[in-house]
Design a protein around this ligand. Structure first.
Ligand SMILES: [Zn+2]
Length: 336
């Protein structure tokens, strides 16, 4: 389960990291030291959370990618005082058909899970991840993905919850289903919907514009900033529609990406908070990040790249805008 972070703590320098607040999306076993089922190092969830707090991460949204994972996300969000999403990722949408009692029962179980967790600590703030992923149809064929993406939209309408959306190489079908189901404008307000965000965006500027015109927000992470084309698209996202995320432990900003050139100008005090020196899993040191595992702290790096792409807009403005959009879309009023 990936995480979305919110933000901060003071540092002695001209930069004031305590001003930069973020929301991220965390239930992956790698934060417990497990990689593909193999224990490589000690559980360092606490240390990771401490680093995140220092980097200005005020809260996180823990995303659920299946019925089972959504339960875990809610449980962890309750323990940590964060937020969760509940839904089924397109790559796991075969679970609907394999479920005992059939797809209707799976949807009903998601429905009941949401209904039971709409208030208080660890509450469900969005339906998702759901959507389409045509890059990975080996996990679930297109028609299966389409069917169960569509069925989950009913939950967003029923509970007036925003959507946490995933769209990969499937834009036409993705927007068609949203339009068919009444999410063609204002994020589906007319049919009971409440907008949402298309996360980890890797599409074109035209696709981003279409989604924004339909009333959705667009969220970027390291995967959205890999190439020069990606950067141009990220730059095109309107300030009132942008969100920032890490998708930790995935989607790191890496040295081979086009984003790298924009990170070199980051003040050392911020760099130390957002990218603390990491060690390999084999030489794990408690309190240090692990190489190759993206962490919520890196949200600051994503924000810095967006700031550099929009020359003239102060870093603080970028982080505040993304914070405000996230708080508003997901209704995180207690964070205001
Ligand atoms: Zn996703």
């Amino acid at each position: 389960m990936p995480v979305t972070v919110i933000a901060a703590k003071p540092a002695a320098s001209e930069v004031q990291p305590e001003k930069y607040r973020f929301i991220v999306n965390l239930t992956d076993p790698v934060f417990r030291g497990y990689y593909h089922g193999k224990k490589k190092h000690d559980d360092d969830m606490e240390a990771m959370l401490e680093r995140a707090r220092a980097a200005g991460v005020k809260s996180m949204i823990i995303t659920g990618g299946s019925l089972h994972e959504s339960k875990e996300a809610i449980e962890l969000a309750k323990q940590l005082g964060f937020y969760a999403t509940a839904g089924c990722h397109p790559t796991r949408s075969s679970q609907f058909d394999q479920f005992r009692g059939g797809p209707e029962k799976y949807l009903e179980a998601l429905d009941q899970l949401i209904a039971a967790n709409l208030t208080g600590k660890g509450r469900v703030v969005a339906v998702g991840e759901c959507g389409l992923d045509y890059d990975r149809t080996h996990f679930a064929p297109k028609d299966v993905q389409r069917r169960h993406f569509r069925s989950q939209l009913a939950l967003a309408k029923k509970y007036h919850l925003p959507l946490f959306l995933h769209s990969r190489a499937a834009h036409q079908d993705f927007v068609q289903i949203l339009r068919d189901e009444g999410f063609d404008k204002d994020g589906g307000k007319a049919v009971g919907g409440n907008g949402g965000v298309v996360h980890s965006f890797t599409g074109t500027a035209e696709e981003a514009a279409e989604l924004m015109d339909m009333g959705f927000h667009v969220s970027v992470n390291g995967c959205s900033l890999k190439t020069a084309d990606n950067l141009a698209v990220a730059k095109s996202i309107r300030p009132d529609k942008i969100m920032l995320e890490t998708d930790a432990p995935w989607c790191s900003l890496t040295s081979t990406h086009a984003s790298k050139a924009h990170l070199t100008s980051m003040p050392p005090a911020l760099n130390a908070l957002y990218f603390p020196p990491a060690t390999k899993p084999e030489s794990f040191v408690y309190g240090r990040p692990v190489k190759g595992r993206n962490e919520p702290t890196a949200i600051g790096g994503v924000a810095w790249v967006i700031h550099k792409l929009n020359e003239g807009i102060p870093f603080e403005k970028v982080t505040e805008k993304a914070w405000k959009n996230t708080v508003e879309v997901f209704g995180l009023t207690e964070l205001q």
